[in-house]
Design a protein around this ligand. Structure first.
Ligand code: 5RP
Length: 223
């Protein structure tokens, strides 16, 4: 079994009956969705789920989970998602899957937010391996770019086929930006205070726990 599946199964330890669970996006999150569905079936649990993206919505439907719309959600017990980068102090970079604002709102609303990741995602500094994804209003993206260009360099993300710009399921464009080094909190706040910016892929100080796997060996980082 590959590491991503091992760590997705480990996250089932945090699943309780009669709860509302948020489903993350990506290959690790997909393993969690599959094994959550098996657990619910085998143990006859009463669990509702909410999706963070079109991809996780499709996975939830394929696995016949009891899916509710994010627009009706008022409380969330648990949110489990993957990551692109994670530091030892539990700051996280996400967003290869476009849906930054939905992923972030579920992460921050959940009573418990757990990251599941393999060892390759560990970094000393957010932005070490990937640019920072930034979800922006589509209609004013050129103006937002001019503002962001004052302290960074980046461009609009293309879709997987490379024939159009990527659009989040909330209908926004995504930039990928590199910035000069500055404290993460300052960077996050500076990006967020730029007009037209909806959300960034920096998940600053909101992760409760990270389950990390390295060749089958599991490490748990907690707040
Ligand atoms: C989506 C994400 C993913 O969680 C992240 O890209 C990790 O993906 P994977 O589990 O496929 O490595 O942030 O927006």
């Amino acid at each position: 079994m590959e590491d991503k599946e091992i760590i997705a199964i480990k996250a089932l330890d945090y699943v309780t009956d009669n709860s509302m669970i948020g489903l993350g996006t990506g290959s690790t999150a997909n393993f969690f969705i599959k094994h959550l569905a098996n657990k619910i079936k085998n143990e006859r649990l009463n669990i509702q789920v909410v999706a963070s993206s079109t991809v996780s919505e499709i996975e939830a439907q394929r696995n016949k989970l009891n899916l509710i719309g994010i627009d009706t959600l008022e409380t969330l017990d648990l949110y489990v998602d993957g990551a692109d980068e994670i530091t030892n102090d539990l700051n996280v970079l996400k967003g290869r899957g476009y849906d930054l604002v939905k992923e972030k709102i579920l992460a921050q609303s959940a009573k418990k937010f757990i990251i599941i990741a393999d060892h390759s995602k560990r970094v000393n500094r957010i932005g070490e391996n990937y640019p920072i994804p930034i979800e922006v209003l589509k209609s004013t993206w050129r103006l937002s770019k001019k503002i962001l260009d004052k302290f960074g360099q980046g461009s609009l993300r293309k879709n997987a086929a490379g024939d159009a710009y990527a659009i989040s399921s909330a209908g926004n464009y995504i930039f990928d930006y590199s910035f000069d080094e500055m404290p993460l909190r300052d960077l996050h706040e500076k990006i967020l205070s730029s007009p037209g910016v909806i959300e960034t892929g920096i998940f600053y100080a909101i992760t409760d726990c990270a389950l990390i796997v390295d060749n089958g060996h599991i490490e748990i980082l907690s707040k």
